[in-house]
Design a protein around this ligand. Sequence first.
Ligand SMILES: [Zn+2]
Length: 140
Amino acid sequence: MAYRRYHGSCHCQAVRYEAEFDMSSGSNRCNCSLCSKARAWFLFVSADKFKLLAGDDVLSSYQWTPPGRNDAFLTYRFCSRCGIRLYATGDHPQFGGRFYALHVPTLNDVDREELVNAPLRFVDNAHDRPDRTPADIRLM
Ligand SMILES: [Zn+2]
């Protein structure tokens, strides 16, 4: 376990954040309809490990209730100036309460080799099976 502090931003730099996490915990690609559109690539941090440094006034939100669910599970936050999605927030016991799902490409100071060597999971949320790898991950 090697927790480090990292920094991230949107493309226009209006939104900036810092977060502490262990890169060796890995990151995730998801095949749900929304993640597919956004080419989502995310990693989880608990809310106490995240700090928004700038841009609260330009962040926009999006919520989506997946088929078969009663509520939107996540709130997606993106920059209203440059359109880049930075993270999603949620609250679930499985993730230790309130959490952030950071969009990995918005991180600015991650060591490339460290990221390459960290686990990358493919999750089959398109079939409501986050516990398994989709049958076809070629375009994820
Ligand atoms: Zn921006």
